[in-house]
Design a protein. Sequence first.
Length: 256
Amino acid sequence: MSEPILELRNATIQFGGLVAVDNVSFEIQKGELFGLIGPNGAGKTTCFNMVTGVYKPTGGDIIFKGQRINGIPPFKVAKLGIARTFQNIRLFGALSVLENVVIGGFLRNRTNIFSSLGYMPGAIKETERLRENAMALLEVMDLADEAHGRSSDLPYGKQRRLEIARAMATQPDLLLLDEPAAGMNPQESEDLMNTVRKLRDDFGKTVLLIEHDMKFVMNLCERMVVLDHGEEIARGVPAEIRNHPEVIKAYLGEAC
């Protein structure tokens, strides 16, 4: 088996006397659709925050493509090839749908600030390239018809999709989705599931997601880890997790 694209090795983080994540270890292979699930307060988003540099682990290691990234600032983590969405939507509400995605693309901007401020031909050409790439992503996310509307005017489910488009604009190798189906109706969730598969199959992305919609995560993810109170209680393929007694007790309530 090849080297994992992401590996957590006994990752631990403590806030004062509270151990939020306790010796969590798992690895994700390139091209996987991997789930991180558990009840509220299980430590899932805290794991995301450690991977993306928001929090520095107090113990253990975060390894991305063979490189230890503990405590690297979020903007450098993004440059390395990790992008994320958030549990609470964080769009630029006053900007258009297209502009939100273009902003993500500026992470890979090929011109410097001086040529941009001077409206040099290279900067103008680069901005046009970013806009074309952004429109292509909006097509993928079924948002092209909304491109010139204000992002804050989008329905909640479409705002979720826009966040994914903006994250994709950074050209990540690993995409972290924090509750991407939250607030969506069943049809929207089904459409999003197909879109996430397309991001893996057609764009070669590896996806790590947190999700409370069990139908969504069980039908999408190939493997998953379950946390409870910051500790791993189960791991495996969906069929194993669905029938795991500790998972049922801690989170699901009943077999799904």
